[in-house]
Design a protein around this ligand. Structure first.
Ligand code: FES
Ligand SMILES: [Fe+2]
Length: 342
């Protein structure tokens, strides 16, 4: 047991890229729970507790056999549901202990491996919030990953928060001058958050000037069903769209893995051009975000603080708090409108 909000065990989190998981087991840690992830010969995914119940050797040091994941020490072998299916050397008819190792639900969607720790529910894409499945299969997709020494909740807030952009990304995302009135609608329902921004079809930073055109809508999304994931969606008057999705995967309270995807729909964006021009700027933005969120984490520990003080500008925090820090968000339904200056 650990200090994480219990409801997070019902949520889907990314733990790896699909290409990183083969028949050789991989050790990952999600919400302080160590797991061994692997595929059998048919490609089916296993997600088992990374600790053999015999003498506690990591199962991630083992190998995949026809029967299942085999421990490297004495060969106890486990099926995908965690049942021990073989103990080499035991005479037939000998009493085999009814052991099993803990298992989690695991699936792959959009090139990423997702895990649900409580082992409940169906493991298919429908279990994820609609916004994650929304980008068309024809969209051009870019992917990258990083490790941030920060809390997942603070990283999520940073990604969804527009107010820091003037200060942390001056000139790149927004220039520090000339704020415009923007109408923000915050819609919450059963663990889900949607923030719509109206009134800024043109944005002041270089990213907009170089790579975007007049926006029709701008939306931020979050949903407790995939509590580490958040998305910024931009739709343009010329019919194109851009989905920027970050998946924050908490290893522990101090360390969060980050998997990012960028989907580009109906827009001229050859891979080489995005890699050569947009990428360096986006990487810089992510580096700036990482630095400020890591400084926040370090100083929160140094000064021994709990949660900070918010104003009505901190529109995403209540929904994140409800999922990550409090229990029971289920009954919250509200639509809240506010004018801010961005
Ligand atoms: S420690 Fe795993 S089989 Fe002995
Ligand atoms: Fe940022």
């Amino acid at each position: 047991m650990n200090a994480w909000n219990r409801s997070l065990a019902q949520s889907w989190f990314v733990v790896a890229r699909t290409s990183e998981v083969g028949t050789k087991p991989r050790a990952v840690t999600l919400l302080d729970r160590p797991l061994a992830i692997a595929r059998d010969a048919s490609g089916a995914l296993f997600a088992l507790d990374d600790c053999c119940p015999h003498r506690h050797v990591p199962l991630s040091a083992g190998r995949m056999t026809e029967q299942g994941l085999q421990c490297a020490y004495h060969g106890w072998t486990f099926a995908a549901d965690g049942r021990c299916v073989a103990i080499p050397g035991l005479r037939s008819g000998a009493c085999q202990p009814a052991v099993r190792v803990g298992s989690a639900k695991v699936m792959e969607v959009d090139g990423l491996v997702w895990v649900r720790l409580d082992g409940m529910g169906d493991a298919n894409a429908d279990a994820l919030p609609e916004f994650i499945r929304r980008p068309s299969v024809h969209a051009r997709r870019f992917m990258w990953q990083a490790v941030w020494n920060a809390r997942a909740i603070d990283a999520l807030e940073n990604f969804l928060d527009a107010q820091h952009t003037h200060f942390v990304h001056p000139g790149i995302v927004r220039s520090g001058r000339g704020r415009q009135a923007v109408d923000v609608t915050v819609t919450r329902s059963a663990g889900a958050l949607q923030v719509d921004y109206k009134g800024q079809p043109v944005q002041s930073g270089w990213l907009y000037r170089l790579f975007e055109s007049r926006r029709e809508s701008e939306r931020a999304r979050f949903d407790a069903a995939a509590a580490g994931t958040a998305q910024l969606e931009y739709r343009y008057e010329n019919g194109s769209a851009l989905y920027f999705t970050l998946h924050f995967s908490p290893v522990s309270e101090a360390v969060t893995r980050v998997y990012g995807t960028l989907h580009i729909e109906n827009r001229w964006a050859p891979r080489w051009a995005v890699r050569a021009f947009a990428w360096p700027l986006l990487r810089r933005v992510l580096r700036q975000d990482r630095q400020i969120v890591e400084a926040q984490a370090q100083n929160r520990n140094r000064c021994r603080r709990g949660e900070g003080i918010s104003t009505e500008l901190d529109v995403v925090r209540p929904a994140l708090d409800a999922v990550w820090l409090q229990s029971n968000e289920a009954s919250t339904e509200s639509v809240h409108k506010i004018r801010v200056f961005l």
